[in-house]
Design a protein around this ligand. Structure first.
Ligand SMILES: Cc1cc2nc3c(=O)[nH]c(=O)nc-3n(C[C@H](O)[C@H](O)[C@H](O)COP(=O)(O)O)c2cc1C
Length: 115
């Protein structure tokens, strides 16, 4: 599972750097063919929609399959968490995440990734 935020309509540079390192050496890359779920949150109104598009493109290049049929783009995240307690308080978002995780696990269980 990769959880992202968004910087200037893209993924943060440190995350790109980490992915670049994980992608080499290409023939024995630690990340290649790992099944990934993506969750993203930002205080902005759209959620990290551009960062998600960008990271999907990058992961495709690295032969990393991403759960294709459901996206988690949490917008205005600062209104949905209690930052003192560090918990998610928004019921709708909680329900959505609770439906996302079993789908992600099912997808992993049913996927056959050949070496
Ligand atoms: C340089 C910079 C650019 C950002 N650009 C965006 C953006 O394009 N869209 C967005 O929704 N949030 C943007 N944010 C807010 C971040 O996504 C993030 O929610 C916020 O910075 C808190 O995380 P941090 O403390 O790890 O930086 C930006 C923040 C920074 C510092």
């Amino acid at each position: 599972m990769i959880v992202i935020l968004e910087y200037n309509s893209g993924i943060p540079g440190v995350l790109k750097n980490a992915l670049d390192w994980a992608s080499r050496p290409r023939e024995s890359s630690v990340i290649s063919r790992k099944l990934v779920g993506l969750i993203g949150a930002t205080p902005g109104g759209l959620g990290p929609v551009y960062a998600q598009m960008q990271i999907r493109h990058i992961l495709k290049t690295m032969h990393v399959p991403v759960l294709p049929f459901q996206k988690v783009l949490i917008s205005q995240v600062h209104e949905k968490i209690d930052s003192n307690q560090k918990v998610l308080t928004d019921k709708r978002t909680k329900r959505y995440l609770q439906s996302y995780l079993p789908q992600f696990i099912n997808w992993i269980d049913r996927s056959l990734v050949l070496d």
